[in-house]
Design a protein around this ligand. Structure first.
Ligand code: PLP
Length: 475
C-alpha cells in the first residue's frame, strides 16, 4: 500500500488531472453486495487499481488549478497513519492525555509561528486557545452557535424565542458559502454587505447596517469577516470591522481558511491588522500548510464561550482532572475526536517553519509568474490584486467566451480550473495548488489556456463558441 501511495505521487504529473468517468461508473464495476468472505489482498489491490483510483481527481497534481488547494505531504500521511494505528479517541484529557496535550502544544506552536495575537494561545493568561476542527465550515458554525448563545445569555430578560427572531448576522458578498450555511443553521437573519472596489468589507458599511437594524428593533450579534475570500482572495478590513464589533458587541469571526496560512511568512502579517479584536479565527492547515485533510485550526479568545454552550457531563465522561486542563469535547459538536495533531506535529517537525514558508513563498511567486504572462497578452485582463496563489482573470469578450474557454480547457483534462462570479461577471480562477508545482508547470498551464484562447479568438477577431452553435462577433 505504501508503494501504491508512492507510485501514485511519483506519476501524478503524467496522468489526466480529472478522470474520464460518468456518474454511476463505479456501481458498474463493483459487486452489488459486500463480500461474505474475506477477500485476498490481490483482489483488494486489483479493485483499487482498476476501479477506485481511476475515479480520482488529482488534487495534488501540479496541473490542478481549481478551487483552493488541499495540502498533502508524506509527513502528514505518516501522521495520519499513526493516528489510525493508535486508534485513540481523545474527547477528554483522560481519554488520551497525549492527544489533548499535543493538540494544545501544536496549536500554540502554530499560533506563535504565525505571530497570532497572544489571546489565542493556550499558554496565555486568559481562556484562549486553539482546537483542531474537521473543517472551516464547522469552525464557523461553532463560532455562530457560541455567538448566539452569548448574546442570548447577555440579554436574558426576554424569552429566548423573542430574541432568536431578532438576531442578525453580517457577512460580505465575497464571504464563503459556509458562512451563509452556518447562519441558516443557527436560524438568524442574514445581511450580506457590499464590499469596496477591492472586494473588501469596510467598517463603515458594517456600522451603517448595524445602525439600520437596531433602528428596526433587531439584535446584531455576529460579523463574519474574510481573510482571503474564495472568489478573489480579498481581505476584509478586520481592523475597522473589529472596532465596530467591539462597540456594538458583535462576535467577530475571521475566516482565513486558505490565506490564513500565509501569516507564517512575516511579510504578510500586515494583512492581519486588527485580528486581536476577533473572538475567533480559523485557518485550514489542510489547505496550505502541508497537512492533509482534515485539520482546521480554530482559535478562540475565550474558550468558556464554547464550554458554556457545549458542556454536558454524564458520569461516564467525568474524570478527576477535568478542571485542570481542557476537555476538547466541550469545544466541538461531536464527542469523539481523532488524534489529528499528530499530522500537524509531523509536518512542523519535518519541514520546520522555514519549510512551510518556503512552500508558500514559492507558490505565490509562481502565481505572480502566471499573472505576468497574462498581463503581457492584451487579450486578457487580470481581475484581482494578486497577493497569494490565486490569479483571477478574464479573456476580454464577455461571459460566454470565458465560460467556453474554461469548458474547453477542462474538457482536455491537461489542467483543471474552476470559475467564480464577481459582480455578476464570470471570472476564471487559476490557483497554484500543489507543493509539487514547478515553474515549468505554470508555463504548461499558460500554453494550454493560450492555445484554447487562440482557437476561440481567430485572427479576424471572430469568437467561435462550439457546442452551443453560438458564433459571437466581437465588435
Ligand atoms: N472559507 C473559505 C474562504 C474557503 O475558501 C473554503 C473552502 O475552500 C471554506 C471556507 C470551506 O472550508 P471547509 O471545506 O474546511 O469547510
Amino acid at each position: 500500500m505504501v508503494d501504491l501511495i508512492a507510485d501514485y505521487h511519483d506519476n501524478i504529473k503524467n496522468v489526466p488531472v480529472v478522470p474520464s468517468v460518468e456518474p454511476g461508473y463505479l456501481k458498474k464495476l463493483l459487486p452489488e453486495e459486500a463480500p461474505i468472505h474475506p477477500q485476498s489482498w490481490e483482489n483488494i489491490c486489483e479493485e483499487l487499481h482498476d476501479a477506485i483510483i481511476p475515479g480520482i481527481v488529482k488534487w495534488d497534481s501540479p496541473h490542478f488549478h481549481a478551487y483552493f488547494p488541499t495540502a498533502n505531504s508524506y509527513a502528514s500521511v505518516m501522521g495520519g497513519m499513526l493516528s489510525d494505528a493508535l486508534g485513540c479517541v481523545g474527547f477528554s484529557w483522560m481519554s488520551s492525555p497525549s492527544c489533548t496535550e499535543l493538540e494544545m502544544i501544536t496549536m500554540d506552536w502554530l499560533a506563535k509561528s504565525m505571530d497570532l495575537p497572544k489571546v489565542f494561545l493556550h499558554s496565555s493568561d486568559g481562556n484562549g486557545g486553539g482546537v483542531i476542527q474537521g473543517s472551516c465550515s464547522e469552525s464557523t458554525l461553532i463560532a455562530l452557535l457560541a455567538a448566539k448563545h452569548r448574546k442570548i445569555e447577555k440579554i436574558g430578560k426576554h424569552s429566548e424565542e423573542d430574541i432568536e427572531s431578532k438576531l442578525v448576522a453580517y457577512t460580505s458578498q465575497q464571504a464563503h458559502s459556509s458562512v451563509e450555511k452556518g447562519i441558516r443553521i443557527v436560524r438568524a437573519k442574514m445581511r450580506i454587505l457590499e464590499t469596496d472596489s477591492n472586494f473588501r468589507l469596510r467598517g463603515e458599511t458594517l456600522r451603517k447596517a448595524v445602525e439600520e437594524d437596531r433602528a428596526k428593533g433587531l439584535i446584531p450579534f455576529f460579523i463574519g469577516g474574510s481573510f482571503g475570500t474564495t472568489s478573489v482572495c480579498s481581505f476584509d478590513d478586520v481592523d475597522e470591522l473589529g472596532d465596530i464589533a467591539q462597540v456594538e458587541d458583535l462576535w467577530m469571526h475571521v475566516d482565513g481558511a486558505y490565506a490564513g496560512s500565509a501569516l507564517i511568512c512575516p511579510e504578510y502579517r500586515y494583512l492581519m491588522k486588527g485580528l486581536e479584536k476577533a473572538d475567533s479565527f480559523v485557518v485550514n492547515c489542510h489547505k496550505w500548510l502541508m497537512v492533509n485533510f482534515a485539520c482546521s485550526a480554530f482559535y478562540v479568545r475565550d474558550s468558556m464561550d464554547l464550554v458554556k454552550l457545549f458542556e454536558v457531563n454524564p458520569t461516564y465522561l467525568k474524570h478527576a482532572y477535568q478542571n485542570e486542563i481542557p476537555d476538547f469535547r466541550h469545544w466541538q459538536i461531536p464527542l469523539g475526536r481523532r488524534f489529528r495533531s499528530l499530522k500537524l506535529w509531523m509536518v512542523l517537525k519535518s519541514y520546520g517553519v522555514s519549510g512551510l514558508q518556503e512552500n508558500i513563498r514559492r507558490q505565490i511567486q509562481q502565481a505572480k509568474i502566471f499573472e505576468s504572462l497574462l498581463r503581457d497578452d492584451d487579450r486578457f485582463k487580470v481581475v484581482n490584486e494578486v497577493f497569494m496563489g490565486l490569479v483571477c482573470f478574464q479573456l476580454k469578450g464577455g461571459d460566454s467566451l470565458n465560460r467556453e474557454l474554461n469548458k474547453r480547457v477542462n474538457e482536455e483534462k491537461r489542467i483543471h480550473m474552476t470559475p467564480a462570479e464577481i459582480d455578476g461577471k464570470l471570472v476564471l480562477r487559476f490557483v497554484v495548488a500543489s507543493r509539487l508545482t514547478e515553474d515549468e508547470d505554470i508555463e504548461f498551464a499558460w500554453n494550454e489556456i493560450k492555445k484554447h484562447a487562440d482557437l476561440l479568438l481567430n485572427n479576424e477577431g471572430e469568437v467561435v463558441c462550439n457546442g452551443s452553435s453560438n458564433y459571437l462577433k466581437m465588435i
